[in-house]
Design a protein around this ligand. Structure first.
Ligand SMILES: C[S@@+](CC[C@H](N)C(=O)[O-])C[C@H]1O[C@@H](n2cnc3c(N)ncnc32)[C@H](O)[C@@H]1O
Length: 211
C-alpha cells in the first residue's frame, strides 16, 4: 500500500448546502425517479425492501455530491458499475444532461427495470449495459463511478484493461484495507464527507488515478 500516493481533504458544509439547492432545482425529475424506483422495488430487488422514501432521498443527495469533484466536472462519459436501481448514475444524469452515462449491472432484471425507468422519465443521456463490468464495450476514455458495489481492489483488477481515466467510489474513510493486491502505483484522494452530518459520518468519496 505504501507505493500509492494518498491525500485527504474535507468536503465543505457549503457543498452539502449546494446539493440541497440542486435537489430543489431538479425536484420534479428526481421525485419522479424516486416514485419509479419505489414502484420497481416492489417487483425487483433494487434497494432494501421496506426502505422509507426519506432514506432513499438521502441516497439521492449522497449520489449528487459527486458533481462537486473536479474529476466529475471534466468528464464527458461516465460509467456507473453495479448501479442496482440507478445509484448514483441516474440522479447524476438527470442533473447533468450534457454528459453521457452508461448504467451497468450484472443482473439482467435490474437492467430491465432501469431501462423502463429511463424510458418513463424520458432521459436521453443514459444507456444501460447488462453485463459484468469487465466486459463492457468502451473504447473512449471515461470516468468510472460506483457506489457500494465492489471492493476497490476487485474493481481495479476487473477493469484495469478498460480505458477509464479515473475512478470515483463511494466508500468508508477506512478504505485503505481494500488496496491490498493492487500492484501499480496509484494517486488516491479521499474526499471525507463527515462534515455533512449524521448520515455522512465515516463516509468518503475515493478518487483514483493511474500515475
Ligand atoms: C449493493 S448493490 C449497490 C447498488 C447501487 N450502486 C446502490 O448504491 O444502491 C451492488 C450491485 O452491484 C451489482 N454487481 C455485482 N457484481 C457485478 C459485476 N461484476 N458487474 C456489474 N455489476 C455487478 C449487483 O448486481 C448489485 O446490483
Amino acid at each position: 500500500m505504501k507505493h500509492h500516493n494518498i491525500s485527504t481533504s474535507n468536503v465543505s458544509r457549503e457543498t452539502f448546502e449546494q446539493i440541497n439547492s440542486t435537489f430543489t432545482e431538479h425536484q420534479e425529475a428526481l421525485n419522479s425517479y424516486l416514485d419509479q424506483l419505489l414502484w420497481w422495488n416492489k417487483r425487483v430487488n433494487l434497494v432494501s425492501r421496506n426502505v422509507p422514501r426519506e432514506t432513499i432521498e438521502n441516497h439521492l443527495r449522497h449520489s449528487l455530491l459527486l458533481e462537486h469533484l473536479e474529476g466529475f466536472k471534466s468528464a464527458e462519459n461516465i460509467v456507473d458499475a453495479g448501479t442496482g436501481g440507478g445509484l448514483p448514475g441516474l440522479p447524476l444524469a438527470l442533473t447533468n444532461p450534457t454528459k453521457g452515462f452508461v448504467l451497468n449491472d450484472i443482473v439482467s432484471k435490474k437492467c430491465l427495470a432501469i431501462k423502463q425507468i429511463v424510458r418513463k422519465l424520458n432521459v436521453a443521456n443514459v444507456q444501460v449495459a447488462d453485463s459484468s463490468i469487465e466486459n463492457i464495450q468502451e473504447t473512449h476514455p471515461f470516468l468510472l463511478i460506483s457506489k457500494h458495489a465492489f471492493k476497490i481492489n476487485d474493481l481495479y483488477n476487473m477493469t484495469s484493461h478498460l480505458p477509464w481515466k479515473s475512478i470515483i467510489l463511494y466508500k468508508g474513510t477506512d478504505f485503505k484495507k481494500e488496496l491490498d493486491g493492487i500492484t501499480p502505483s496509484l494517486s488516491i484522494e479521499c474526499h471525507n464527507l463527515s462534515e455533512g452530518g449524521k448520515f455522512y459520518k465515516g463516509k468518503a468519496l475515493i478518487e483514483i488515478q493511474r500515475k
